[in-house]
Every structure is written in structure tokens, then in C-alpha cells.
Design a protein around this ligand. Structure first.
Ligand code: Q46
Ligand code: ZN
Ligand code: ZN
Length: 319
């Protein structure tokens, strides 16, 4: 297989794009694709201050790298969850994020859930009975809360996450299986700050396959934590990713078309009734001021204060 641009030996063949490229041309091609998504979905401009949520993994560090290469002003935010899992997961992931920031002379805000709230994510999950063995629901709630708070306090124009196409297609697949309209209507490359206290959220990698991001990190090269979070094992979203990979293997481009067709249907008004219903759901948490869909405290503050299970009223199925 030869590079389409220069005829050298190709290092990646993207059947979904009918495109094979050598290492040098691939490293040029990826930022062009990301820039295209940023412009197409009107995500942000070079005048905006951006905050990238970095986990130490390949997607978020590659995204930070690409934004920096493209000339965007992006600081990083790392959230220490206090997850060990026998592989020192949180500590190791922080050291990859720190090393990247240092190497590129970038600002990294590092927050520790335990230092800020007295308990790590696994400890919160056990105390609040929201997942003794799987702290993912507590984790998602906590990360959303801290990311939004820090982006607001730091006056950032947008919060950037490294969700790739595989993540987005799996979330969409899960949301479609249960047909939760309010989740579907809020899923997309841009989540506008349409409620007081909510920071704009964007996903510039939403059209990039996970495999493409792994190849980018490998070729740059960007050292990143190879271990998955130990709690990811056996999760529904991984199962959905596997199903979609089978579909993709038989029908290259199926994941991309599943996601893009959804966005197209949404832009044509498929979920407009659900969107109208949500416009009434505007409340501010009485404790932290962040938006919530019910009067009183938000799901995060209720979780901190109580031992009782509380439904997450804050957002879509988004890890
Ligand atoms: S970090 Fe947190 Fe994920 Fe680990 S505990 Fe679950 S949600 S799996 S993206
Ligand atoms: Zn080439
Ligand atoms: Zn609150």
C-alpha cells in the first residue's frame, strides 16, 4: 500500500476514506481534518480561550497537541479521580499529562477530587451507594461538575473534550437503544451554553476514528497512558463499541455515517419537540449555582451531602 500523496510506503490505510498515507502526510492530514470540524461546526476561533480536559490518554493529549499545532490558545485541565485499580491509574495518568504540558510549555490545571471534596471518586461511590464496584456514574457527575466550574471560574470560552467518533457513535447507539429524547437532543459536536452557569462544550475529534487517533499519538510520538481505567472493563459503552466495530469491519464508514446521519436528522428538526420541552428546565443549584433540571440542589451537591441514591439530572449519557 502506497501513500496517495507521495507514493512512499503507507503506514495507515483508512478504508472508510479510501485513503492510505505515509507517516509524514498522515501527521499533516489529521490537523486539517480537525480544523475542518472546528470550522464546520463553528466550535471556536483563534480569539477564544480554550480549556481542554486531559486524562493522560491518547485522545485528549493528541487533541491538545493538534490544537496547539493549529495555533489555538488552549490550557489543560486534569482531574485526579483517585483511582488505583492495581495499576496506579490516576497517578500515572497525571504524570503523562504533566510531562506533555511541560514539554510543550503549556498551562495545566490539576485538580484532585479527594483534596477538594474530602473523598476520591471510588470513596464517594461507596458512601453514596451509587456504585460500589463501578464508580462511573459518580465519576461522570463529578467530572462534569468540576470541568464546568473551572471553565467558568477561569473565564474560558469553551471546554474541549477528546471524545472521538467511536465514543460518540457508542453514546449515540446507547441513547438510541433507550430512546431518551433529552439525551439525544443534547448530543452533538457542540453543546451550547444555553442555560445560565453552563459553559459551552465542544468535541473537535467527533469525526476522527479511535484508530486514527491511536496512529496519530504513535507517529508524533506522544507518550500517553496505555492502561484503560480499570472500571471501564465490561462497560456497556465498550460492548457497544465492539458491536459497532463489527459493523464497521463489514461496512467501512458505517460508524461515521451513523453519527453524521444523526446530526443531519437533528439539524432538520427531528428532535425539535424534545428541545422545546427542555426549555422550561432552567434552575440554578442553591448550593453551587450550576444549572440543574430540578429546583434545589444539583445532582452533584445532593450526592456530596447525602447517602441516598439520586438520579443524575445534569446531562446526557456522556462519560
Ligand atoms: S474514568 Fe470514570 Fe471512565 Fe473510569 S470510573 Fe468509569 S467513568 S471508566 S471515562
Ligand atoms: Zn506521503
Ligand atoms: Zn450544586
Amino acid at each position: 500500500m502506497r501513500c496517495r500523496k507521495c507514493g512512499e510506503k503507507a503506514v495507515i490505510n483508512m478504508r472508510q476514506h479510501k485513503l492510505a498515507l505515509c507517516g509524514a502526510h498522515y501527521l499533516e492530514w489529521v490537523p486539517v481534518q480537525v480544523e475542518h470540524a472546528i470550522k464546520h461546526y463553528r466550535m471556536f476561533t483563534r480569539h477564544d480561550r480554550l480549556l481542554v480536559a486531559v486524562s493522560g490518554g491518547k485522545d485528549s493529549l493528541s487533541l491538545w497537541d493538534i490544537l496547539t499545532r493549529l495555533g489555538y490558545a488552549a490550557d489543560g485541565l486534569y482531574i485526579g479521580l483517585g483511582i488505583d485499580g492495581g495499576v496506579n491509574y490516576s497517578e500515572n495518568s497525571l504524570s503523562y499529562a504533566r510531562a506533555f504540558a511541560q514539554q510543550h510549555n503549556l498551562v495545566l490545571h490539576a485538580r484532585e477530587v479527594k483534596a477538594d471534596y474530602g473523598e476520591s471518586v471510588p470513596e464517594l461511590a461507596i458512601r453514596t451507594h451509587r456504585g460500589r464496584y463501578k464508580p462511573c456514574s459518580v465519576c461522570g457527575l463529578t467530572k462534569r461538575h468540576i470541568m464546568n466550574q473551572l471553565a467558568q471560574d477561569g473565564h474560558y470560552d469553551a471546554l474541549i473534550t477528546g471524545h472521538n467518533l467511536d465514543d460518540e457513535a457508542a453514546i449515540l447507539f446507547g441513547n438510541t437503544l433507550s430512546w431518551v429524547g433529552s439525551y439525544l437532543v443534547r448530543q452533538g459536536p457542540v453543546l451550547e451554553a444555553d442555560r445560565p452557569g453552563l459553559v459551552r462544550k465542544v468535541k473537535p475529534l467527533c469525526r476522527m476514528y479511535e484508530r486514527e487517533m491511536a496512529a496519530y499519538a504513535f507517529l508524533r510520538p506522544i507518550p500517553y497512558i496505555q492502561d484503560e481505567c480499570p472500571h471501564a472493563e465490561g462497560s456497556t459503552s465498550i460492548y457497544h463499541k465492539e458491536l459497532l466495530n463489527k459493523l464497521e469491519a463489514d461496512s467501512p464508514g458505517a460508524k461515521l455515517s451513523f453519527y453524521l446521519s444523526f446530526l443531519q436528522a437533528k439539524s432538520r428538526g427531528l428532535f425539535s419537540i424534545v428541545a422545546d420541552e427542555r426549555s422550561d428546565l432552567v434552575h440554578s443549584c442553591s448550593r453551587c449555582g450550576q444549572p440543574t433540571s430540578a429546583p434545589g440542589q444539583c445532582a452533584f451537591c445532593r450526592m456530596l451531602a447525602s447517602h441516598v441514591d439520586a438520579p443524575d439530572a445534569n446531562g446526557p449519557l456522556d462519560p
